[in-house]
Design a protein around this ligand. Sequence first.
Ligand SMILES: [Zn+2]
Length: 101
Amino acid sequence: MDHGLKCWKCGASLAEYTLPIRRIEECRSCRAELHVCRMCEFHDVSVAKHCRETIAEEVKDKQRANFCDYFRPTPSAWQPGDLSAADRARADLEALFGGRK
Ligand SMILES: [Zn+2]
């Protein structure tokens, strides 16, 4: 089954992940948490609380794993043009050193 999902942060394919994405799931490439608003089809920075699901409880941090019942990952979460140069540099570093402490 190919759901076409990509990591919202680095664009790595999530084809090997099965749906539903679990809260503990993280990207194998950049270690970004995947059960996050940024990965969700309801995430929209143009609306209040950055969420189009009006019943959902507000999630403050859009990049951390949430407990939202409305979470629905979308293949369009990855927006290559989204990253500022600084973000990209940080993502590259995280990819290099990710997970190692
Ligand atoms: Zn990633």
